[in-house]
Write a protein that binds this ligand. Structure first.
Ligand SMILES: Cc1ncc(COP(=O)(O)O)c(C=O)c1O
Length: 408
């Protein structure tokens, strides 16, 4: 089905979108969407149109083409806002989730936290949601606490409740784990953080393409994600922040576009979001992100979630029946299945699967503290997207069976 024809979001029939993805050849099982999603033709077309037909700069030119591009750029911001239940001025375009977290670490934490304050993270965070906080903690003299996981691999919110203290200024947690697929109860986490006066940032990298997100309903303070995991281009992402918090944040990078007035005596800054978008932005990336959101919304996130949940259940069931396979994460993981094959290095698993035209990720998934907590160096990870179907699960299972045959 092409997403151009809008879908009933309540429909729970499997998605059939493979034909929308020009870079997925017949018979190739692409199971690395958690790393980066393949792009639908609609996104490829939007990028080609942006460079090949409508290209001009934004926010600067007085000529019509530039004015039109500015309208398109700001329309994309409004589209992002509508997608996550936010206001356009609260959505800052950045390079990706990594840059968004660094921006908050530098701009908010770096100016609001003081010596003795504490930052709370969890054991399953991606390095992008660990290292920026370590850097700012060192700079301001704050300490970091780490919430453990429950036996299923979910962030243990009961433990978090017990650990939170008034010194906590910020909590930063993943909405969906990129290794385990476990889904955070963001509303509860936000209430707990706010209970001690802390702000909460949610890393939405793995969630925006898998479950509906409404930042107002979730109650968080910052929400970040990357466009390329949402079927959009690389090099573009979003920082959403509550208006009052963005207002109170100093700029991070200086340059064109982020100013109000410049003189050698004194420079004043633009209001958010422009204050945080110094320099010529990734204009065409923004157009591609707009097309990606249109594509995902036309399929409907409830339908995408149902589709991926069914594939995860099928994969876990079939892999779990293979001797020596260890599954990580909860049964209701969102789109992601991490596993190990007894005695076989995950890189060997991935190499053998690749010979059978199955692409998975193997390694520490930029989550070395989680690997240590799981007691492994690395895992194999299959992650699903809208283009996957039962044939991909079957290819995965055949490949893993072959691994066990080869390694005896
Ligand atoms: C949970 C999570 N957070 C953050 C990131 C970083 O995203 P990016 O590299 O697009 O900035 C990733 C990417 O794998 C991720 O999965």
């Amino acid at each position: 089905m092409s997403a151009a024809t809008s879908r009933d979001p309540a429909a729970d029939a499997p998605l059939d979108t493979l034909a929308d993805f020009p870079a997925i050849p017949d018979g190739w099982a692409y199971l690395d969407t958690a790393a980066t999603a393949q792009k639908p033709q609609a996104v490829v077309d939007a990028i080609a149109r942006g460079y090949g037909e409508t290209y001009a700069t934004v926010h600067r030119g007085v000529y019509q083409r530039s004015a039109d591009m500015t309208v398109a750029y700001e329309a994309a911001r409004a589209r992002v806002a509508r997608f996550i239940g936010a206001e356009p001025d609260e959505c800052v375009f950045v390079r990706g989730a990594t840059e968004a977290i660094n921006l908050v670490a530098h701009g908010w934490a770096g100016t609001h936290l003081k010596p003795g304050d504490r930052i709370m993270l969890s054991m399953l965070e991606h390095h992008s949601n660990i290292v920026p906080w370590q850097m700012v903690a060192e700079r301001v003299g704050a300490a970091i606490d780490v919430v453990p996981l429950d036996p299923d691999g979910r962030i243990d919110l009961d433990r978090m409740a017990a650990m939170l203290r008034p010194e906590h200024g910020l909590v930063a947690l993943a909405h969906v784990s990129n290794v385990l697929g476990s889904v955070l109860d963001v509303r509860r986490a936000a209430d707990l953080a706010h209970g001690v006066g802390a702000k909460i940032l949610i890393d939405g990298c793995q969630s925006v393409a898998r479950i509906p997100v409404d930042v107002a309903a979730l109650g968080c303070d910052f929400y970040v994600f990357s466009g390329h995991k949402l079927y959009g281009p690389t090099g573009i992402g979003v920082l959403w922040g509550r208006a009052a918090l963005l207002d109170a944040m100093p700029p991070w990078q200086g340059g064109g576009s982020m100013i109000d007035r410049v003189s050698f005596e004194r420079t004043t800054y633009a209001a958010p979001p422009g204050r945080f978008e110094a320099g010529t932005p990734h204009i065409v990336g923004v157009l591609g992100l707009h097309a990606a959101i249109d594509y995902v919304d036309a399929l409907g996130l409830p339908a995408i979630h149902a589709h991926e949940t069914a594939l995860v259940a099928e994969a876990r069931e079939a892999l779990g029946r293979i001797d020596g396979v260890r599954l990580f994460g909860p049964a209701d993981s969102a789109g992601i299945v991490s596993f190990a094959v007894g005695g076989v290095h995950p890189h060997d698993v991935a190499t053998i699967l690749d010979e059978g035209r199955v692409a998975i990720r193997a390694g520490h998934h930029c989550a070395q503290p989680l690997m240590a907590a799981l007691g492994v160096e690395a895992t194999a990870r299959a992650s699903f997207g809208v283009y996957n179907g039962p044939q991909d699960v079957a290819a995965l299972v055949r490949g893993v069976e072959r691994v066990t045959r080869i390694f005896g």
